[in-house]
Design a protein around this ligand. Structure first.
Ligand SMILES: [Zn+2]
Length: 331
């Protein structure tokens, strides 16, 4: 079951220009950490995300850093409460209208996607402000490794895709052509330069993963400098002007000195943790099976017999899916 396999739930990535409702979920990141609550790390772990309502209440209690002037803050909060109506349009105005006193104008919530009827919003700091730090009991900024380990299937997909969009929004604040601040399109998931008309779409990096077969053995690798220490398959990014099949042959040659034939498409997988679209291929050894390891990229590359392949319990990745399929004779 790969990360995108959340059936019977359905991931809706269509863009809508929606205002957040109190019950919608918020993805708040601190670097690659996601604000969430991990429950029961043992038998039946699960990960919860905060709602808009919880975030609102938490940040109201903390306030935007004006602990010194309680009287003024209280007066402003009263005035603010009178101004904000909590229907959808009211909430949208609340986030997007100028400089209302004591308003939480240091962040805004941007619609991301839906899973079934659940809506997910990204919490983005406004230009020039630090990330707000919500303080909801039991919640903390958890690493994506913890999310991968403990989250239910749909939350893994939500977290990975949210992380990808979070990176895209935060690294595209200004136009690369004329340095004007970019504006968000209200019609599609796109950033628009109001000065020169430059359009910026979410970045997706195509990359290949290759299962090279040599009879009863599979070509497996271990990366020199990665967090992931399990055995993996040859993988690499597509270069400009190259087909995915050419990438397969080039990467296998570069990393292991092996030639391949019968390059056949297997499946693809979105991998938002690294902004990748992974393209899985199967290939057969062509000629000598003598491996020359590229020590810059890999620490180990070797032919592993089917019966010696270790089954990693985390099978959310395309790599694990291909390895398991080989081990069980389906590849
Ligand atoms: Zn521009």
């Amino acid at each position: 079951m790969m990360i995108q396999d959340i059936s019977p739930k359905i991931f809706h990535n269509e863009f809508h220009n929606l205002a957040p409702r109190p019950q919608d979920f918020v993805l708040a990141f601190n670097g690659r950490r996601l604000y969430s609550k991990i429950e029961d790390r043992g038998e039946a772990p699960s990960v919860s995300l905060p709602t808009v309502n919880q975030i609102e209440q938490s940040l109201e209690q903390v306030g935007p850093g004006e602990a010194g002037d309680v009287e003024q803050a209280t007066a402003e909060a009263t005035q603010h409460a009178a101004e904000v109506s909590h229907d959808e349009n009211g909430l949208r105005d609340h986030y997007e209208s100028g400089n209302t006193a004591n308003d939480r104008q240091d962040y805004e919530l941007v619609f991301l996607f839906e899973v079934d009827s659940d809506r997910y919003f990204l919490m983005l700091p406004k230009t020039g402000f630090e990330d707000p730090s919500p303080a909801i009991p039991g919640f903390a900024f958890e690493s994506w490794i913890s999310i991968r380990a403990f989250a239910q299937q749909d939350i893994k997909l939500v977290a990975a895709t949210g992380l990808q969009l979070n990176k895209w929004y935060r690294t595209n604040r200004f136009c690369g052509a004329c340095a004007t601040p970019l504006e968000r399109s209200t019609k599609e998931r796109m950033l628009l330069c109001p000065n020169c008309g430059n359009h910026v779409y979410p970045r997706i990096n195509p990359a290949v993963i290759v299962a090279v077969r040599n009879g009863d053995k599979l070509l497996m690798t271990r990366y020199a400098a990665a967090e992931y220490k399990q055995r993996a398959l040859v993988a690499g990014f597509c270069e400009i002007g190259e087909t995915a099949e050419q990438t397969v042959a080039r990467e296998v040659m570069e990393e292991t000195g092996i030639r391949v034939k019968n390059v056949t498409y297997y499946a693809s997988q979105p991998w938002g943790f690294a902004s990748d679209l992974l393209l899985g291929y199967v290939a057969d050894l062509d000629g000598s099976d003598c491996i020359t390891v590229d020590k810059n990229e890999l620490s180990i590359a070797e032919w592993v017999p089917r019966e010696q392949i270790f089954e990693d319990p985390d099978n959310t990745s395309l790599t694990r899916q291909m390895v398991i399929d080989f081990k069980e004779g389906r590849l």
